[in-house]
Design a protein around this ligand. Sequence first.
Ligand code: 5GP
Length: 188
Amino acid sequence: MEILKKRILEDGTCYEGGILKVDSFINHQMDPMLMKLIAEEFARRFANDRINKILTIEASGIAPAIMTGYTMQLPVVFAKKKEPKTMRHALSTIVHSFTKDREYPVSISAEYLKPGDRILCIDDFLAYGNAAFGLIDLIRQSGATLAGMGFIIEKTFQHGGDQLREMGIHVESLARIKSLENCQIIIE
Ligand code: 5GP
């Protein structure tokens, strides 16, 4: 997606350890006009996957997921990082956070993920795939079907995407970062 790549090169900054900061348009301040185009691109790429629900993980997946849900006219569910006491029939898993270097539990109510659902997972970044594997585990526990996974930015050098594609999952990423070495952003 050319407009996204251009924006990453113009406004993205690079941090030690292979981290790309896009706080000025995705992760802190958000650009809804760009997010709308991102959602339309996801809708186009997953148009034939018979999706009936979108799943993401809080917090940074929520903006692209809700915009995609609006565009595709589908409900959006987000996995929560803290299980509220009031959550009924919680499904839970553990995710390792790449940016925070710690493990955290994520939960979702089985009320919102049912056998028969065909799920599109949306997130901001795909790095090693840990968040994605957490969502896959929640979908597996619920008995729903994973229909596809869409990421705004994939860092291909961290290889989470390779693993997901080897599992036969329909994965789409809108900008693929080949390298952040020497704090230089190289996009495929
Ligand atoms: P993974 O679980 O695939 O290793 O990492 C994906 C998650 O970590 C995403 O949900 C995202 O929030 C965060 N993340 C991974 N790499 C980056 C990065 O380079 N920049 C930012 N801002 N977040 C990242």
